[in-house]
Design a protein around this ligand. Structure first.
Ligand SMILES: [Mg+2]
Length: 275
C-alpha cells in the first residue's frame, strides 16, 4: 500500500492506529540536524588509510574503498563504535594488528571535529543560519508536538555530549523534555532500542502511543519491533560515495509506516497522526 496524503509530500505505507500518540522519539543526524552532514567523507578515507598502512594487503585503494563503503553504510544508525569494530576486524583479517575500536573512534572524531566546529562557528557568528543546518521545518514540527503535550526524546548514535551541544546550538534542545540520549564510551549501556524499551515500560505504553521518527533503518526497525508508529525521513545526504542514495527504499523495506522528505508538511502530518 502506498498513497500520498492529499496535496502533500507525505507517503502513507501502512494503515496505522492514529490518535493515540503521547510520546515521540527522534533520531538526530539526518533527521533534525545537518551539522554532521558529509561525515562519510571523513570516515571512509580514514578507514582506507588504516587498511592500507596497517596491513600488507595487495588490494587497491578502490577495492578497499568499496569494502569500507559497504560496511559503513550498513552499520549507519548504530553507534559509531560498531563501524570502528568492523574496521578493526577488517585489519585483523588482512594480517594487521588493530588498535582498540575506541582509538579509531577518537581519531575519527578528531578528524570530523574541525568541520563540525567550523559550521558551529559560522552558526554562532551568523554566517550560517540555523535553518541551513536543520532538516527543513524540523524545529517547527518539534515545537508543535511539544506544545501539544507530547513528551519528546532524542536518541542518537553520536556521542551524547556532542548531541547535547549541537541540539542546543540548533535551538531544539528545549523541546526534549523526555531527555537527550546518545552514544556512551561504555557502548553497551546505550542503544536506541534500550531507550524505546524504557519509555514503553516506564509509561506502560502500547505501540500506537509511541511515535518514532528517523532517517536510519535502525530506529525504524526498532519501532516496528515494538509495534510503534514509524515515520521515515528520506532526507538528502551529501557525500562523495553516493551512500544511502536508496534511503527511502531502505526505510520502506524495514517497515516505515510513513515516509516524508523532511518536515515541510509537518502540520499536515500532525493532523493525520493525531486525528
Ligand atoms: Mg540519522
Amino acid at each position: 500500500m502506498q498513497q500520498l496524503l492529499d496535496g502533500t509530500s507525505i507517503e502513507i505505507h501502512n494503515n496505522i492506529q492514529t490518535g493515540n500518540i503521547r510520546h515521540a522519539v527522534f533520531d538526530f543526524d539526518g533527521t533534525l540536524s545537518l551539522i554532521r552532514d558529509g561525515w562519510q567523507n571523513v570516515m571512509v578515507p580514514m578507514m582506507v588509510d588504516f587498511l592500507k598502512t596497517d596491513t600488507n594487503t595487495k588490494e587497491t585503494r578502490e577495492e578497499i574503498e568499496g569494502i569500507v563503503v559497504e560496511f559503513v553504510d550498513r552499520l549507519t544508525g548504530k553507534q559509531t563504535i560498531y563501524q570502528m569494530m568492523q574496521l578493526a576486524e577488517e585489519i585483523e583479517k588482512r594480517g594487521g594488528e588493530p588498535k582498540e575500536p575506541l582509538d579509531y573512534k577518537d581519531e575519527y572524531n578528531n578528524r570530523l571535529l574541525p568541520i563540525v566546529e567550523q559550521r558551529i562557528a559560522n552558526l554562532a557568528d551568523g554566517t550560517l543560519s540555523g535553518e541551513i543546518l536543520r532538516v527543513p521545518m524540523s524545529l517547527e514540527f518539534l515545537k508543535s508536538l511539544h506544545d501539544m503535550g507530547v513528551q519528546c526524546y532524542l536518541a542518537s548514535g553520536t556521542d551524547v555530549e556532542f548531541v547535547k551541544n549541537e541540539a542546543e546550538l540548533l535551538g531544539v534542545a528545549n523541546f526534549f523534555n523526555g531527555g537527550i540520549h546518545g552514544a556512551l564510551r561504555e557502548y553497551k549501556k546505550f542503544s536506541k532500542a534500550m531507550v524505546i524499551q524504557k519509555i514503553l515500560k516506564d509509561f506502560e505504553l502500547s505501540g500506537s502511543e509511541l511515535l518514532i521518527i528517523g532517517d536510519g533503518y535502525v530506529e525504524i526497525e526498532n519501532a516496528k519491533a515494538v509495534g510503534a508508529i514509524a515515520v521515515g525521513v528520506a532526507s538528502v545526504e551529501d557525500n562523495f560515495y553516493n551512500m544511502n542514495a536508496d534511503k527511502r527504499e531502505r526505510l520502506i523495506r524495514v517497515g516505515a509506516d510513513i515516509i516524508i522528505p523532511d518536515f515541510r508538511d509537518g502540520d499536515k502530518l500532525i493532523s493525520y497522526l493525531f486525528d
